[in-house]
Ligand binder design. Structure first.
Ligand code: 3PY
Ligand code: MG
Length: 259
């Protein structure tokens, strides 16, 4: 089942967030109980070559491969799909023009102008035939626009009604900076929560998927009640740090055991 059809069926899904640009690390992330792995090219270390190679262990683990491109790199959005990614997250979509440019790179005609050439995606997804691939690609791949500024909020309806845009991904860190007019970065800023809930509501009402980055895992339930269904969490530094602390803490505490 595609990521899109699972989200359309109202499943709640978690994607790991990978920033270490190595297929061996991605393989370990893909082995964890996430539904998907996102390779982050915006703030993480992923680059074209690591995405090309990193999609393989994700697909081999039976997970959905997602890529976050750098700001404005819509050429990379098409390439990520050609490498076998199922969804692309585009940061800082701040206007309807941004949304159109993103959708144009993501979708084959007549929706967009994606150029033909699924050189890696086609074999990685088990071949089939070209006509079928062409017919099914636009519906199976997801163009997910990040809403993380006041400008984006102001034109949310326009972004949502742009043909080819399949979902919205809220970046709560940047959104908090925008909301506080540059004074804090705080994903738990209470007075922006209604705006975040409103984004989820309007996105779902438009029949699109609502996704958000989860900094504090305890927030996932609150976001789910707002209507979000795709949650990004669990970067390598966080997982390694928490894992090391848990293991070392348990080992050190056992030094005091009397048994
Ligand atoms: C944000 O919170 O601004 C993000 O982009 C999440 O990755
Ligand atoms: Mg951001």
């Amino acid at each position: 089942m595609s990521l899109k059809s699972r989200l359309d069926a109202d499943e709640t899904l978690f994607t790991a967030w990978s920033g270490v640009p190595d297929a061996l690390t991605v393989e370990i992330m893909a082995a964890q109980p996430f539904d998907a792995v996102t390779l982050d090219m915006q703030h993480g270390g992923h680059h074209e070559d690591s995405v090309l190679r990193g999609v393989v262990p994700i697909l081999r683990a039976g997970k959905h491969a997602v890529v976050r491109i750098p700001v404005g790199r819509f050429d990379m959005a098409s390439r990520a799909l050609d490498f076998g990614a199922e969804a692309v997250i585009a940061p800082m979509i701040n206007s309807v023009e941004d949304a159109k440019a993103f959708a144009t790179a993501m979708k084959y005609p007549p929706v967009g102008l994606r150029s033909w050439g699924p050189t890696y995606a086609f074999p990685r997804h088990g071949q089939g035939d070209f006509t079928r691939w062409l017919a099914e690609s636009n519906g199976r791949t997801m163009a997910i626009a990040m809403v993380e500024t006041r400008q984006a909020l102001d034109c949310l309806d326009g972004i949502l009604s742009t043909p080819g845009i399949d979902g919205i991904f809220v970046g709560p860190s940047d959104f908090s900076i925008a909301w506080s007019r540059g004074s804090v970065v705080d994903t738990k800023l209470e007075d922006m929560m209604e705006a975040i809930a409103d984004i989820a509501r309007r996105t779902r009402a438009a029949g699109k998927a609502a996704a958000i980055f989860v900094v504090d895992p305890a927030m996932a339930g609150r976001y789910a009640r707002m209507g979000f269904r795709l949650f990004a969490t669990g970067s390598e530094p966080m997982l390694m740090g928490q894992g090391a602390q848990a293991v070392l803490g348990a080992a050190r505490r056992s030094l005091d055991d009397k048994a």
